[in-house]
Design a protein around this ligand. Structure first.
Ligand code: NAP
Length: 488
């Protein structure tokens, strides 16, 4: 029996695996659940025990309001058609082929887990990091908790002027009292408590109008307890092309106003300084005994291209800055997954509006889809992932309807009620496979045990939560909580 042309049935739903339980994965699940004429069952897999991806490990600890978006994702998980399998890595725990045999459709919501490179000498010296490493470290990502950032240095360079650069700068520039009520990890707060960083140099290769940060983020820098922002008024004098660009861009206009206010204010004698350098590209990072001690930059001029893009080019004037740490914050990029196409040039999964293609511009791979940063690259805010997921899900439903994805009938895998009795009991699904392979997967109820522990620990200390950062400890805590007798 083949159920082609139909959007599943209650006894044979369209089985979807979503790989990655960050915002884009949850929005994809949410969009699938909203398909009124479709019967779906959704498994959300994440390689970490904890869900929420960049909301937990990317959003800055002092931006708690943004994190409240997880309430929407919790609502998604209340739907019995959705299950969560944390601590399951696609590649080592389950293979692409195994997923293909279990599901009708696979959605890759794996984000962009790596970072772009500058391609300049000295980039790999000790003390030269990507911002993504620093962000993941202070946010308690299990893979980055052992990183060591030498904050005994006085001067730091941050390269790039996007919102990630603003986050990194703010965390380096804030006082302990500004951070201790956040969910920053204990080890990061300790390191920052002992920090000797006094100057944070931010380098933008283009001008203030082309800066990628949004206005609340630049404003926030001007409101810090112990750091002044230094902007050179000469950097805010615009060429004609930038003037024209700004007139059509509200954010750029507001950013320029804020930068002008900051330039006028100048130093007020606070112990730390955040110093903006516009129109400067790093050309070399140099070190002593293998560790960073300086960075050279070249002055740029702006030049409008035929397409109207305002590019920059070096004009041969160089300056060296003494810095002991460099954070390149020039954008994220994806990493390839075994068995899944990857377009190296853009660092994404090649796709056509969310349908995975065998290569960039190539043929569609039936039954495989992508959403979020893995689909479009690392742009936009959390909410941008919602319409993005809706676009992909629409195509997924079209493909089932048009029989581009067939639903082979499988009596062994049919649950008569179509519902999940205990959340992990459907015959013929991924559970027996994971059990057979001894994968200690984490259910959503398991995660909620962890979450409660984190919240309770936080409440005792006036913090939103105290993050558990070690995977073994997470699994131990879940096991011991489950082993405790339930009181009548
Ligand atoms: P981004 O916004 O793309 O900014 C990257 C920055 O790096 C740009 O200033 C870019 O300059 C610069 N850059 C790129 N290549 C460079 C090079 N070779 N040399 C020097 N500079 C270079 O990326 P992001 O900051 O990583 O942020 C990623 C996404 O997450 C963005 O959409 C951001 O808004 C979002 N985000 C939002 C928040 C928030 O809402 N609070 C927080 C964090 C992140 P050019 O413009 O010249 O290319």
């Amino acid at each position: 029996m083949t159920l082609t042309g139909r959007l599943g049935s209650s006894s044979r739903p369209v089985r979807v695996a979503i790989i990655g339980a960050g915002p884009s994965g949850f929005y994809a699940a949410g969009a699938l659940l909203q398909q009124k004429d479709a019967h779906v069952s959704i498994d959300l897999l994440d390689r970490l025990p904890t869900p929420y991806g960049l909301v937990r490990y990317g959003v800055a600890p002092d931006h708690q309001k943004i994190k409240s978006v997880t309430r929407i994702y919790e609502r998604t998980m209340k739907d019995r058609r959705v299950r969560y399998f944390g601590n399951v890595d696609l590649g080592s725990d389950v293979t692409h082929a195994e997923l293909k045999s279990q599901y009708d459709q696979i959605v890759y919501a794996v984000g962009a887990q790596s970072d772009k490179r500058l391609g300049i000498p000295g980039e790999d010296l000790e003390g030269s990091f990507s911002a993504t490493e620093f962000v993941a470290w202070y946010n308690g990502h299990p893979d980055f908790r052992h990183f060591d950032f030498d904050l005994s240095v006085e001067s730091v360079a941050v390269i790039g002027v996007g919102n990630v650069a603003m986050d990194v700068t703010r965390i380096l520039a804030k006082s302990v009292s500004e951070l201790e009520t956040t969910d920053i990890t204990d080890y990061a707060l300790d390191a920052l408590r002992n920090s000797n960083v006094k100057r944070i140099h931010i380098f933008a290769r283009r001008g203030p109008v082309q800066a990628k940060f949004t206005n609340p983020e630049i404003k926030e820098l001007g409101e810090l307890e112990i750091a002044d922002v230094i902007v050179n008024p000469a950097d805010l004098v615009l060429d004609d092309a930038s003037q024209a660009e700004m007139e059509g861009d509200r954010t750029a206009r507001r950013n320029l106003e804020t930068l002008q206010e900051l330039a006028e204010r100048g130093s007020t004698g606070k112990p730390k300084q955040i110093i903006f350098h516009f129109l400067r590209s790093p050309t070399e990072i140099t070190g002593v005994a293998g560790a960073v001690n300086a960075m050279t930059t070249e002055k740029n001029a702006l030049q409008e291209t035929e397409s109207g893009y305002i590019a920059c080019r070096g004009i041969g004037t160089y300056a060296e800055y003494d810095v002991g740490l460099v954070f390149r914050s020039i954008g994220y990029r994806g990493i390839p997954i075994p068995g899944v196409p990857f377009y190296d040039r853009w660092g994404i999964i090649p796709n056509e509006k969310g349908r995975v293609t065998a290569e960039h511009g190539g043929a569609v791979v039936p039954g495989e889809y992508t959403v979020g940063w893995a689909k479009r690259g690392p742009t936009g805010v959390i909410g941008t992932n919602k319409p993005d997921a809706v676009e992909t899900v629409k195509l997924m439903m079209e493909d089932v309807k048009n029989a581009a994805v067939s639903l082979p009938g499988d009596s062994a895998s049919v649950n008569s009620s179509g519902s999940h009795t205990d959340g992990h009991g459907r015959p013929g699904d991924i559970v027996p496979l994971l059990q057979k392979k001894g994968v200690p997967y984490v259910s959503f109820a398991d995660w909620q045990i962890l979450e409660q522990i984190e919240n309770e620990r936080g409440a005792l200390r006036g913090q939103p939560r105290v993050k558990i950062t070690d995977v073994d400890e997470m699994l131990r805590l879940i096991q011991s909580a489950k082993a405790e007798p339930v009181l009548p």
